[in-house]
Design a protein around this ligand. Structure first.
Ligand code: NAD
Ligand code: UGA
Length: 459
């Protein structure tokens, strides 16, 4: 089948893979290619063992791969054939030099600009899919315009709002798609081309067009607002623990106000994921660079509360287990940063596990999808950590269970059997408030939820 348009995506990660699979599914007339420098990743995208786990993704990839979706490492060929290039490479926090620990590291991003110049023979639309600092398109446009071949590249912004674990659903039915372009004739034309692609399955009123800089900044601000809600409710959780209030009841009461809304009010051991922290640090860095110190400090507090919350969680474990964890087996239920993904980037489980090891606890970790990544994250301490697929075996002989990821299966375990296999007194610290705390208490557990009264068998 010959295709009317060729789309290329540079970067076959958590965003590039699923996003392109859905475009290929919904736009059979478009040939979609995804390229990555990581050969092993591309080999897995071309196999039955995809490099990422996302509910519903396997089925879509199986349907479209080889039809109009292709994964390759051939950067040269794929750039030269593309009409539209999505850049979806990683933009992590800079770990060295100016802005280390705060600014976005744009080295992968810039490299793609040079690759595009080198391998292009004609005009192309370049779509910023990665999350980037506001004004990145200006730099990209400047690099691309420096090409000696006289080729016109139009850079537009199309940030991605999918969440891991629900990526396919989010892509099929997004709340909105955002497209930002320069308000020039060629800018508007490029934006309209992208609108036409998304309009093949998304209602037009959900496709928002705006100027480039508003689009770039909206992405950082969206993540900052989402994270801020979690830090806001988490900041209230210790106050609940001191006053016998229940953070779940507070979320219910305030969430009923339609101006506040119910979502993202689950108190937890802290938010994780590859983006909230890095994007807020980036926002803070940008604000500081414009000398907007109050703006910077305001958003910085969202991160401080998040660190406070995960540290507080472990401190409570230490305190309740009689101020020493030495030699005690502690089972972490969950290592992924959230349920329904194997991704562990910035997972609160990493810092929780490391703090427990600092206290010389014997740490055992179970997770349905994330043990492969846990092995990498904890490579330097693996001799002191046990990774166990079966939660029952993980719990056996443990003094305490720590619920770190909100996997549904943890709600359905046989906690009577688990209690019988544990050292006594047995403790559960529910870092996600997903279990039936009263029922666990009746089974004999000492139960410590987040932001709710503890249920213990001692005064
Ligand atoms: P990722 O690390 O999973 O994937 C990025 C991929 O880009 C990697 O496979 C890497 O090998 C590849 N790459 C880097 N340089 C390359 C080059 N020059 N040529 C070809 N391939 C190259 O990252 P991700 O999670 O998909 O995130 C990508 C971007 O999207 C980031 O800016 C992130 O902030 C943003 N984002 C992520 C999510 C998410 O849920 N993960 C959601 C929305 C936005
Ligand atoms: C988040 C945003 O939700 C996406 O819109 C955005 O595209 C993405 O970041 C990104 O830019 O990378 P993601 O990190 O995949 O998506 O997952 P979320 O569902 O937002 O969860 C983030 C963290 O917050 C998880 O650790 C989750 O467990 C935690 N969380 C979430 C809470 O602790 N409480 C809540 O009420 C909600």
């Amino acid at each position: 089948m010959s295709h009317k348009k060729n789309i290329l995506c540079i970067g076959a990660g958590y965003v590039g893979g699923p996003t392109m699979a859905v475009i290929a599914l919904k736009c059979p007339g478009i040939r979609v290619t995804v390229v990555d420098i990581n050969e092993e990743k591309i080999a897995r995208w071309n196999s039955d063992d995809l490099p990422i786990f996302e509910p519903g993704l396997d089925e879509i990839v199986r349907e479209v791969r080889g039809r109009n979706l292709f994964f390759t490492t051939d950067v040269f060929e794929s750039i030269s054939q593309a009409d539209i290039i999505f850049v979806s490479v990683n933009t992590p926090t800079k770990s060295f030099g100016l802005g280390a620990g705060a600014a976005a590291d744009l080295q992968f991003w810039e490299k793609t600009a040079h690759q595009i110049i080198e391998h292009s023979e004609g005009p192309k639309i370049i779509v910023e899919k990665s999350t980037v600092p506001v004004k990145t398109a200006e730099a990209m446009q400047r690099i691309l315009s420096s090409n000696k071949k006289g080729i016109h590249f139009e850079v537009i912004s199309n940030p991605e709002f999918l969440a891991e674990g629900s990526a396919v659903q989010d892509l099929l039915q997004p709340d909105r798609v955002l497209i930002g372009s320069l308000q020039t004739e060629s800018g508007r034309k490029a934006a309209a081309e992208l609108v036409d692609i998304y309009a093949q399955w998304i209602p037009r009123e959900r496709i928002l067009t705006t100027n480039l800089w508003s689009s770039e900044l909206s992405k950082l601000v969206a993540n900052a607002f989402l994270a801020q809600r979690i830090s806001s409710i988490n900041s209230i959780s210790p106050l609940c623990e001191k006053t016998q209030a229940d953070v779940g009841e507070i979320a219910r009461a305030i969430g009923a106000d339609s101006r506040i809304g119910t979502k993202f009010l689950n108190a937890s051991v802290g938010f994780g994921g590859s983006c909230f922290k890095k994007d807020i640090m980036n926002l803070v860095y940008i604000a500081r660079s414009y000398e907007l110190h109050e703006t910077a400090e305001y958003w910085e507090m969202v991160l401080r509360i998040n660190d406070f919350q995960s540290r507080r969680f472990v401190n409570r474990v230490i305190r309740e287990l009689f101020h020493t964890l030495v030699g005690k087996r502690i089972a972490l239920f969950g290592f992924a940063f959230k349920a329904n993904t194997g991704d562990t980037r910035e997972s609160p489980a990493i810092s929780v596990a490391r703090h427990l090891l600092e206290e010389h606890a014997r740490v055992v970790i179970t997770d349905p999808k994330a043990l492969e990544n846990a092995r990498i994250d904890l490579a330097d301490v693996l001799d002191r950590v046990e990774l166990e697929e079966d939660p029952y075996r993980a719990a056996a002989g443990a003094r305490a269970l720590l619920i770190v990821t909100e996997w549904d299966e943890y709600r359905r375990l046989d906690y009577e059997k688990i209690h019988a296999s544990m050292e006594k007194p047995a403790f559960i610290f529910d870092g996600r408030n997903i279990l039936d705390h009263q029922a666990l208490h009746r089974l004999g557990f000492n139960v410590f939820p987040i932001g709710k009264p503890a249920l213990t068998h001692y005064a």
